[in-house]
Design a protein around this ligand. Structure first.
Ligand code: SF4
Ligand code: SF4
Length: 267
């Protein structure tokens, strides 16, 4: 079985198989290089808040290895991932952690979630470090829409705002997607459905990411927080309709739990 097939059959977020296999997110990456208007990052947050960008505490790479060791005997554990609570590729400890986990637990699928801004720059390194699955959050392809979703991005020490920042992010995300797919890494695209902002645009994202080789799309509802706290959460039927519509273009993941950056879920 090749690596792509293995990921598609064993990663719980690629097979809709949460009841069969488990995953651990290692919260080693606190810093972020951009600001999404829906993001309310919280570190030191108790376990009752279940959403992305949240973690109880930040682990060092060695602490992350010890955490995985506690659960590694469970044969249902298939994935060790890094999903924040900031941007993984903007934190040196992400790379140290990936290296250590891959050496200590080569049987686990290494997984990474990213905003994509630095993905083109690090795609080859991720392959060399043993990453087998990657999720990129892409919420729009149009910088006019992006300027409403993202407050700023910082790239190589320069801060870009508004349409300029959104344009840079979108270009980097798409180039990063093409490059990570070329490395043989299985790629899922998260798209957050934001009513009145990008809801009419999700199918266009599906078509472009499919064209660039993404394997799966995961459309999730906005959690109204931070600058978007007054935007309504999409209804279940809006999400189902968007998934059904995009399923005609690219396979859909329909069981996302919008996990914390330190989730441990082993069936
Ligand atoms: Fe928050 Fe992630 Fe957006 Fe950074 S990329 S602002 S951590 S949601
Ligand atoms: Fe899987 Fe969704 Fe959780 Fe990511 S946030 S690990 S896709 S269930």
């Amino acid at each position: 079985m090749d690596s792509l097939q293995y990921v598609m059959q064993n990663h719980p977020c690629y097979i809709n198989g949460h009841s069969r296999y488990g995953r651990i997110h290692l919260p080693v990456a606190p810093k972020c290089n951009m600001k999404c208007n829906y993001c309310d990052q919280k570190i030191g947050c108790s376990y009752h808040a279940f959403r992305p960008s949240v973690a109880t505490k930040i682990l060092s790479p060695d602490e992350a290895v010890e955490l995985v060791r506690k659960y590694a005997h469970n044969e249902r554990l298939r994935v060790a991932g890094i999903a924040g609570p900031g941007e993984p590729l903007y934190n040196e400890n992400t790379f140290k952690t990936l290296e250590k986990i891959h050496i200590a637990f080569p049987e686990l699928i290494l997984c990474l979630s990213t905003n994509g801004l630095l993905l083109e720059d690090y795609a080859e390194m991720l392959k060399d470090l043993g990453v087998k699955a990657c999720t990129i959050t892409i919420n729009c392809l149009d910088a006019n829409i992006g300027a409403k979703i993202y407050s700023y991005v910082t790239y190589k020490g320069t801060r870009y705002e508004g349409i300029e920042g959104a344009q840079l992010l979108i270009e980097k995300q798409l180039k990063g997607l093409s490059k990570i797919v070329k490395q043989g890494i299985v790629t899922k695209i998260n798209s957050i459905l934001i009513p009145g902002i990008n809801d009419m645009h999700i199918a266009e994202i599906a078509a472009e990411v499919k064209r660039r080789g993404a394997h799966l799309q995961n459309i999730t509802p906005l959690i109204p927080l931070a600058s978007f706290e007054d935007i309504r959460k999409p209804t279940s039927s809006e999400i189902i309709d968007a998934r059904n519509n995009c399923e005609k273009i690219i396979p859909q993941f329909r069981h996302c739990k919008q996990c914390r950056a330190d989730v441990i879920e082993i069936a």
